[in-house]
Design a protein around this ligand. Sequence first.
Ligand SMILES: Cc1cc2nc3c(=O)[nH]c(=O)nc-3n(C[C@H](O)[C@H](O)[C@H](O)COP(=O)(O)OP(=O)(O)OC[C@H]3O[C@@H](n4cnc5c(N)ncnc54)[C@H](O)[C@@H]3O)c2cc1C
Length: 398
Amino acid sequence: MRRRILISGASIAGNTAAWWLSRFGHEVTVVERAPAFRDGGQNVDVRGVGREVLRRMGIDDIALKNGTTEEGTAWVNEDGSVAAQLVTEELGEDGPTAELEILRGDLARLIYKPASEQATYRFGDRIEAIDDRDRDVEVTYASGDTGTFDLVVVAEGVGSATRELVFPRENDPRWMDVTMAYFTIPRVASDDRMWRWYNATEGRSISLRPDNHGTTRANLTIQKPSQGEQDWDQELQKVFMRDRFADAGWQADRVLAGMEETDDFYFDVLRQVRMPRWSKGRVVLTGDVAWCATPLAGIGTTLAVTGAYVLAAELQRNSDVDAALRGYEAAMRPMVEEGQGVPKFGSKMMQPQSRLGIHLLHGVLSLATKPLVRSAVAKLTTRDSKAPDLSHYPGAGS
Ligand SMILES: Cc1cc2nc3c(=O)[nH]c(=O)nc-3n(C[C@H](O)[C@H](O)[C@H](O)COP(=O)(O)OP(=O)(O)OC[C@H]3O[C@@H](n4cnc5c(N)ncnc54)[C@H](O)[C@@H]3O)c2cc1C
């Protein structure tokens, strides 16, 4: 059955949904508030069941070829010497660096390009009002245009306005007490192919990761409760980071200088999205807007591609939309709840307050690099054992 489907948000979840829904023969429109396709973003990884979805889309190999070439993770001291390291080749999918590490923008583009050959994209616009009339939904865009759809898929990420419009106050966020800024800086000769992670006192860390574009991806993290920084404008967010990291040591001066010049500053105060339901009438949520687990869980992109595929596949299997939406939620809830089960003390441990805490962390990490301890830790931190069974879902040719 050919349905008219509107998707709001053209990042990982929205483009994946557009890819599958148009392959399944639906008439798909995607609305994205940015004026053009968004290229930005830093390293994201795709693991386990998410890789299977990419395989079914025929893009797993090309995604691997477009990977960031990161070889593992090294925790470094102030003078740059290595305190502990985990090398991916020895770990398979279990370590912090996954086999498939790719820049968010590169992955989104790999999905967007083929999707845009079949779906219609409206950039620079957004949903302003939704009238769910049981059998269909009338949408009014900010531009004043209107459209009528059989289903609206909201894939607008963690701070979605449409979610608040349709499900007011239903999100009960779990704040993770972590603030992060990501941005790209010029590469220098001493940047190697490891993710280098430096801890400073007062819950601060700086990390540098290689990419496949000849630049270096920087991250500044602070362990502290939010004081509303997520709502500040970008200039104030940069001032905040500059003040906090001025005396951090290691490569802080270089990273802060790079932050001033960067054109892809991305700032986030981490919070999980906790929604009691993911659909209401003919409106359904997918990706971070529905269940953001935060980068601390390391599973956000895997969940986004998996959820968008499961939603499309359930709509393909069921002629009744309500049954499809129930099937989607039943298939995805266990994996999402497992993914969100990341303990808050984990990030506190990784961002200690004192010199003694950093010393202890490095000691624990060098122990965790020993093979036996490593596989026990990997088992404890697995977050996709409850992934949906994809074997009864259709592939692209169906
Ligand atoms: C530019 C960018 C950079 C990112 N960088 C990182 C990173 O460095 N590290 C990391 O771990 N995660 C990053 N993320 C988040 C990461 O992509 C997601 O956690 C994950 O992949 C799930 O993706 P998603 O599609 O559900 O949500 P998102 O990737 O957040 O995408 C949401 C999309 O919806 C659009 N949108 C939002 N509101 C509206 C609206 N009202 N109407 C229409 N469109 C709307 C946004 O512009 C965006 O394109 C980034 C996201 C973006 C958009």
